[in-house]
Design a protein around this ligand. Structure first.
Ligand SMILES: Nc1ncnc2c1ncn2[C@@H]1O[C@H](COP(=O)(O)OP(=O)(O)O)[C@@H](O)[C@H]1O
Ligand SMILES: [Mg+2]
Length: 251
């Protein structure tokens, strides 16, 4: 199986604080990788290094390598714009722009220079279908995105991310602000998306990792303790700290 991202000897400091320590991880293409671990262990920080979202944090220092298709994303010849097109992100709180549903999805393609109306229509429909939202909003495309429910807004944010045809989709606790039914819908959607995309998701919920992901990575105190196939990690973890965490002894 092809590894679409390869992370090696990654260290990240916030000023004096060593937030990510010597991390190594391979992310296979068209799979779902879940990050678990107690709050503050570095899951979001690690996720953000995968599309250079930490670059603007004052005092941050990153070393090691993060490769996308074999190319170091921190290398001199990587443009952040292009990188973010290939590695999209969905956040914990749905954050649609205060614009119409259509304009939210068309935002990225327009930014990348697509003006043709028929082409934009096509992209918007494809992306909304991809995010399992088309049937619910096809007659409301000119309505404000803010009129949608929380779960719909989150699927809209997924559609917005899909519109620029990324290879990798990062999701940081994307269901934790949603009700159980909306959560289930997004979990189903994520499983469908892995046919075409590589998904890396942070979840505060071990059960979600077990339900949804192919591979699970356990973080603790800035260390990447263990990464394995989800079934294996939950049934026969190698590290005692992983076992303590998944059996609920802490966290
Ligand atoms: N912008 C920042 N500046 C300084 N420290 C930060 C910053 N963001 C996160 N941290 C610290 O880095 C550690 C990891 O945080 P985070 O990646 O958000 O953890 P998680 O997502 O696992 O809860 C925490 O101790 C947190 O306080
Ligand atoms: Mg977090």
């Amino acid at each position: 199986m092809k590894q679409i991202m390869e992370i090696d000897r990654l260290n990240l400091h916030y000023g004096e604080f060593h937030a990510l320590k010597e991390m190594k991880l391979d992310i296979p293409e068209r799979t779902i990788t879940a990050f678990i671990g107690p709050s503050g262990c570095g899951k979001s920080t690690f996720l953000r290094t995968l599309n250079r979202m930490n670059d603007l944090v004052p005092g941050v220092r990153i070393d090691g390598s993060v490769k996308l298709d074999g190319q170091d994303i921190y290398g001199a010849d990587t443009e952040v714009e292009t990188l973010r097109k290939r590695v999209g992100m969905v956040f914990q709180q749905p954050n649609p722009f205060p614009k119409s549903i259509f304009d939210n999805v068309a935002y990225g393609p327009r930014l990348h220079g697509i003006r043709d109306k028929a082409r934009l229509n096509e992209i918007v429909e494809r992306s909304l279908r991809g995010a399992s939202l088309w049937e619910e909003v096809k007659d409301l495309l000119n309505k404000s995105a803010l009129s949608l429910s929380g779960g719909q807004q989150q699927r809209l944010c997924i559609a917005r991310a899909l519109a620029v045809e990324p290879d990798v989709l990062l999701m940081d606790e994307a269901t934790s602000a949603l009700d159980p039914l909306s959560t289930l819908k997004i979990e189903e959607l994520v499983r469908e998306l892995k046919q075409d995309y590589t998904i890396v998701m942070v979840t505060h919920n071990m059960h979600q990792a077990a339900r949804v992901s192919d591979r699970t990575v356990f973080f603790l105190n800035g260390e990447l303790v263990e990464a394995d196939e989800t079934e294996k990690l939950f049934s026969t973890p190698v590290d005692a700290r992983t076992e303590d965490y998944i059996t609920g002894r802490f966290g």
